[in-house]
Design a protein around this ligand. Sequence first.
Ligand code: NAD
Length: 457
Amino acid sequence: MRLCWNSPVLTIINPATEEQIARLERAGIDETDAAIAAAKGAFPAWRAVAPADRARLLRRLANLVEEHGEELARIESRNVGKPITGARGEVAMVASVFHFYAGAVETHRGATIPVAGGEALTFHEPLGVVGLIVPWNFPLNIASWKLGPALACGNTVVLKPAELTPLSALRLAELVLEAGIPEGVVNVVVGQGSVVGQRLVEHPDVAKIGFTGSTEVGRQVMAGAAATAKRVTLELGGKSANVVFADADLERAAAAAPYAVFDNAGQDCCARSRILVERSAYDRFLDLLVAATGRVRVGDPEEDATEMGPLISAAHRETVASFVEGEVRFEGETPDGAGFWFPCTIVEARNDDRIAREEVFGPVVAVIPFDDEADAIRLANETPYGLSGSIWTRDGARALRVARAVESGALSVNSNSSVRVTTPFGGFKQSGFGRELGLEALSGYSDVKSVYISTEG
Ligand code: NAD
């Protein structure tokens, strides 16, 4: 592992207190190139590690993440401002991700294909050096979704965390070495997206970019990768719909809905930030939603009982505030004093209002009525995004019909939970392409090679 920084100094802030918690030096082009060279140098030996040994090393890393779970959760909570209970859950998922891909190493097999005159075999070959670019909302979690399959397939990596939240990735890099994964296999470079990120995208020795972030930057990554025909996986923004039919268990749907959009202070690509409600149940549901939202505990992220913390930065708070207009039905409480706080906010809206079209990435939800099933599907799909979403109904056939009709990569029925270690996750439409998690992620970090062996003569 190499930690590559250069001046000027990067100041890391706790968003809940606005206090400085670390000072790092920013990496530039030279440090990025050095990290790529280190990863390239480490690649031949890493790909040659026997699968069972690679699995053992990943398993050791998973165990170390578990052993250091509380420490990592505290780092993440202070750096992102996320409630400690949520951060603990995310770190537990990081360990599960490494356990899962440790188990996946030996299942990633090729095939034999019947052909005339001989045999054809396929191999899943690693790509080489992969660049992993991650956002600030779930820093360690999202890094692990890429690191797990990338390392399992035998690639070496350069990981670029978001500038605002590099601390957990730096600590993980130390645990990687402690696990016995050789120096140079995982390189963390802390720096600006437009410098370090762009260099990774353009560098000819980087074979693939695994990117999670905004749709706008994702487009730049895709365009930049074209020059070297790099593979890209893009996990981008969302504007997911939580569709509530009148026949649903309204109490359950309303009790769950706040956590589907205010969790992580709404800074979640899967946030169900449009709640579509069948007109005949609209007033009742809205009353229940307002009551449930009033119970969300907003406050000190270090307290176990806290459910929502602050936003990531003052600048982001300005952006989020700019979305609140029209019929504001509810605005919650926030702590006084320091911290980038923003209240849980419920707005009654139309699907063509800005708040319903654009990703807010804050604790602001748009509630929109619909007339019937066809109208619900039309509204749910009337967005350039297609990442996630929920369907609440007691009618099983309708649940399946709507789930098939909604243009989205990860849906849930009578639940708002659609991200799991073992199931594929990714977007439709402008929410990106490629899949993370599950066994599907392995295909994003390997190329299939076909070898024909003649048996004639
Ligand atoms: P962002 O796009 O601003 O930044 C993401 C990463 O890209 C950061 O590390 C950043 O430094 C880097 N970057 C910026 N400019 C770059 C460039 N020109 N070349 C290469 N890299 C560059 O996103 P953000 O503000 O950190 O995160 C919020 C966004 O991420 C939201 O849109 C959210 O929906 C999305 N997101 C998507 C998923 C998903 O799985 N689909 C998950 C989490 C977040």
